[in-house]
Ligand binder design. Structure first.
Ligand code: XMP
Length: 513
């Protein structure tokens, strides 16, 4: 991508959000480490630089600081939150501990409407603050363009140098017009066009894949999930018959999952698809196992075995493709106060037998999840796959508490199919993070007709979430809940009771296991 915005990461929890917002403005953005040398940054030829926020204070002994030469590159700079303090620190201003921490909603009053950042925006804006330190002396060449109740310097500008500082966070949804501020920065200030689109990306990615792979063959593990499905469609567009996908049926898939994958990728896309029905071996190994961790380990290990054997049968491939995404490869910034942040290992093929060596193709590694979905649409992958809810690798096994048996799988598959069908019919399926059924291996008494029953319970779970890390239970309408319960109890043999889970995460998890 010729036009790009470079984001220096100082450890903010929102760094990736900044990158996504820039891309939503159709401008490519890339996240790099805060202390990347200015010469390396210059070599990337950025149209603009954004300094992320971060948990530190510029005065902290181990504060993450940039190479000071970045301020002499002649490139526009937008400093956000901690980024403002950096602008001040390196340009002769002063930052002190604020008497009051400014946290949460605030109102921004724009004092200088000629500032390009606030073009076409009202004079007063709702913004989201999260900072303790504040600017007390303006850096040289800067002037105030907006204030809040608590800060005289909420937005500052050095017009000659095209440097801007915002004490609030324009990238978060709690700053409702923030995206327009970011758009003004990347388009009006940095002069970027709207070139980052998935339509353009397809051409670029196809070229890159061809250049990397040449005439060699590539294997991809297709799970039917969003990432591997979109990777399959993209690779197939690039290299056609040089791609073979392996799809393993581990016996804990959802209803019709194997058929849909074969139909979509085998029949419509005409991708070479190796279908491995390993249901029996998975079921045999899971027999008698109730411990959730053991179940996961058995499924993981068996998957590798089945997959490796299938790869040997496919033969001749030099490359293994993976649906690695951008967040998997960004190196977290190891900053004081954030000790758990480690460099991520993205080569998660680990597990394949040591004598099987492959080169990796990762055609989605520069994309965020929302971009992968748009790319999928661009490539004609059906909506039911592109927009489907997350589904765990160990499948229904984590939704059957206790032992996983073929008959329990059958019960849960039928109940789950009803949940998916009714959630789609209600229009809620694509609006929420996840909705599914869980089988509780407890039997209770019921009556059906004149007969007493002694059957399992199905728990219905529906959650909203941004990333699966935290979640709220969704207040499903009563009539939908009623329909779900009545259909499940009437139509799924072996179930006589339904309950609805009203636990949020934390303290609960999304899956029950
Ligand atoms: P928990 O249950 O930990 O789940 O709150 C958070 C999110 O992760 C999904 N999940 C998995 N996804 N492999 C996956 O690919 C797994 O083993 C796995 N376990 C949980 C879960 O569905 C939720 O979206």
């Amino acid at each position: 991508m010729n036009e790009k915005i470079v984001i220096l990461d100082f450890g903010s929890q929102y760094t990736q959000v900044i990158a996504r917002r820039v891309r939503e403005c159709n401008v490519y953005s890339t996240i790099i480490h805060f202390n990347t040398p200015a010469a390396e940054i210059a070599a990337l030829k950025p149209r603009g630089i954004i300094l992320s926020g971060g948990p530190s204070s510029v005065y902290a002994p181990k504060a993450p600081l940039p190479d000071k030469a970045i301020f002499n590159l002649g490139v526009p700079i937008l400093g956000i939150c901690f980024g403002v303090q950096l602008l001040a620190q390196f340009n002769g201003g002063k930052v002190e501990k604020g008497l009051k921490r400014e946290y949460g909603k605030g109102t921004l009053s724009i004092k200088d409407g000629s500032c390009k950042l606030f073009a076409k925006l009202p004079k007063s804006l709702q913004v989201w603050n999260s900072h303790g330190d504040k600017l007390t002396k303006m850096p040289a060449g800067f002037k105030t363009v907006a204030t809040t109740e608590n800060s005289e310097y909420a937005a500052i500008e050095n017009r000659a140098k095209k440097f801007f500082g915002l004490q609030f966070h324009p990238e978060v949804v709690h700053t409702p017009r923030g995206k327009e501020i970011i758009s003004n920065f990347v388009h009006s200030v940095c002069g970027c066009g709207k070139n980052w689109t998935m339509r353009n990306y397809v051409d670029q990615a196809v070229e890159e894949i061809r250049a990397q792979v040449g005439k060699e063959h590539v294997i991809l593990g297709l799970s039917g999930g969003v990432d591997s499905s979109v990777a399959a469609a993209l690779l197939h567009k690039a290299i056609g018959n040089q791609l073979t996908c392996i799809f393993v049926n581990n016996g804990v898939l959802r209803s019709r999952e194997a058929e849909v994958v074969q139909q979509v990728f085998g029949k419509s896309f005409k991708i070479k698809l190796q279908y491995e029905d390993a249901t029996k071996i998975f079921m045999t190994r899971l027999k008698g196992v109730s411990d959730p961790e053991k179940k996961r380990k058995i499924i993981g290990k068996t998957f590798i075995e089945v997959f490796a054997a299938a790869m040997k049968r496919v033969g001749k491939a030099k490359f293994l493709a993976q649906g690695t995404l951008y967040p998997d490869i960004i190196e977290s910034v190891p900053i004081a106060g954030n000790p758990a942040a480690l460099i991520k290992s993205h080569h998660n093929v680990g597990g394949l037998p040591k004598n099987m060596k492959f080169k990796l193709v990762e055609p989605l590694k520069n994309l965020f999840k929302d971009e992968v979905r748009l790319l999928g649409e661009e490539l004609g992958v059906p909506k039911e796959i592109v927009w489907r809810q997350p589904f765990p690798g160990p499948g229904l096994a984590v939704r059957i508490l206790g032992e996983v048996t073929p008959s329990r799988c059958e019960i849960l598959r039928n109940a789950d199919a009803i949940v998916v069908e009714e959630m789609k019919a209600s229009g809620l399926y694509y609006k929420i993070w996840q909705s599914f059924a869980v089988l509780l291996p407890v039997r209770s008494v019921g009556v059906m007709g004149d007969e007493r029953t002694y059957d399992y319970t199905i728990a219905i779970r529906a959650v909203e979430s941004q990333d699966g890390m935290t979640a709220d239970w969704v207040k499903l309408p009563y009539d939908l809940l009623e329909k779900l319960a009545s259909r499940i109890i009437n139509e799924v043999k072996g179930v006589n009771r339904c309950v609805f889970d009203i636990t949020s995460k934390p303290p609960g998890t999304i899956e029950w296991e």
